[in-house]
Every structure is written in structure tokens, then in C-alpha cells.
Design a binder for this molecule. Sequence first.
Ligand code: ZN
Length: 127
Amino acid sequence: MALIPCSECGSDVSDKATACPKCGNPISTQAGTAAATTSSTPTPKPGMGTGMKAVLWVGGALVAFLLFGAIAGNQPGAKEKATDQMAIELCRKDEADELKSIATRKFIRSTCDAMERKFSDRYGHAP
Ligand SMILES: [Zn+2]
């Protein structure tokens, strides 16, 4: 145990004491200063928290990007529209085939109507 002079009043204070017994001035020994510096500096914790957050953020961005791509990919193109129109046309021709039974033609007609409804939903007008 060593005695060090108090920085405030100059009296000898034990280096094990945290404060001067005469004036109450906190004793700053080498170890004490180092400890204070360490505790006051916020060291980023390299735990799972930060890493997981980053992974989730990147994952979320990726999912959003993929969803956007899927929506953009679902936009009907001119080629697809022509194909759909042709399919409905062929369907109507099939429906008009008098060699087919009434039951078959009724079934075909309902299929054609469904196709037309789908077309109207997609392109905003009847084929
Ligand atoms: Zn003192």
C-alpha cells in the first residue's frame, strides 16, 4: 500500500482509497483512470444481435426486390395479349362447331366466357 498526494489538498492518501478522506476528491490512480476510460467508451458488442439484424435487413430487401420483380413480370405484354385473344377466338370457333353435342358446346361456351372475363380483368376491355 502506497501513499499518493491528493491532487486537490496535497495530503497523503492511500492509493487503494477511491477518494481523499480529507477533501473527498476522487483519487485517480493509473488503474482507476484506465478503468474509467474503458467503462465510458461504448464498445460495440459483436454479439448475434447486430449480425442478425443485418441479415434480416438484407433478406427483407431481397424479398421486396423479388416481389417487385414478380409483379413487374406479371404485367401483360402485347405478345401475351395476342395469344390470349387467339385462344378465345379458337374457343369460340370450337363452340360454334355444330358437329359437337349441345352439352360439349355448352361446356366450351362457359370456358370461353371464363377466358373472356379473365381477359377483361387483365387488359381492361373485352377481346
Ligand atoms: Zn484531498
